[in-house]
Design a protein around this ligand. Sequence first.
Ligand SMILES: NC(=O)c1ccc[n+]([C@@H]2O[C@H](COP(=O)([O-])OP(=O)(O)OC[C@H]3O[C@@H](n4cnc5c(N)ncnc54)[C@H](OP(=O)(O)O)[C@@H]3O)[C@@H](O)[C@H]2O)c1
Length: 274
Amino acid sequence: MDIQGKTALVTGASRGIGRAIAIELAKQGVKRLLLVARDTARLAEVATEIQMLGVEALTLPLDLSEVVEVNIAIAQAWRDYGPIDLLVNCAGVAHQVPFLKSRLPNVQAEIGVNLIGMYAMTRLVARRMVAQGSGTIVNVSSLMGKVAAPTMATYCATKFAIVGFTQALRCELAAHNIRVIALLPSLTETDMVRDLQWFRWVLPTTPQKVAQALVTGLQRDSPEILIGWQSHLAVWCNRIAPWLLEKILLMAAPVSNNRLLRYYRLTDARAISR
Ligand SMILES: NC(=O)c1ccc[n+]([C@@H]2O[C@H](COP(=O)([O-])OP(=O)(O)OC[C@H]3O[C@@H](n4cnc5c(N)ncnc54)[C@H](OP(=O)(O)O)[C@@H]3O)[C@@H](O)[C@H]2O)c1
């Protein structure tokens, strides 16, 4: 995709990876950016930074879990600032907890933003892209959308779902000249992971590097964009020897690694004795 002179809408643009993507797209020549997130003040800061690069930036303060409000705002935005050529679904929520201690409200928040929010935004924009006969949609999944990790079960579930959703839409919308891409970052230094316990041996990257990888992937028409050699190695290992990767993940798991091992041994023993 040639992003020169295009209009892009980025969700999760107030901070982290979404913010970096919006700024990188501005640097690489998009004409107009529509920035979506809840935090009005942070969105305004990002918009100012983008305007200083000579690119038009508009803020759309929205909670993606409020589907009716999102419907109205996107219809208005398309009328006033459309057509939108590129949609980047980046907003996301993650909760890290051993599954047996997980709480339904956190799971509902992950599903509400990561899946329902993304679904609602994509449907609104994709229908209009079909009418205009072109467009590109980027769905931000994660390496955890390919390789599931202990303590992140429900987050992984949403990110695996995004990969499946993206593959299905890619086939379905190709006839309408709409490309659908999955971006799969690995550990990236943002607010999201500040309070998480990191997996051992995983090398973090920066939001800027993720944004640059996206722009390169868009230029190359890549259907899936993995970031960093560790991600490629993990996905490859998961294909060739999933049992080995599971062992490594168990050793790398941050939360009570020994307790997890003991827990699994105990449940194995109980299962055998039944
Ligand atoms: N960081 C990582 O290691 C990593 C790795 C792989 C994938 N990812 C994915 O990358 C994406 C961005 O993550 P990040 O690390 O940049 O996280 P982040 O720094 O926590 O940013 C999350 C963004 O999502 C927005 N958001 C959250 N809830 C929202 C809601 N209800 N309505 C609208 N916007 C909402 C936030 O804006 P407001 O708070 O202003 O609403 C913020 O802009 C996510 O999809 C995440 O799963 C991250």
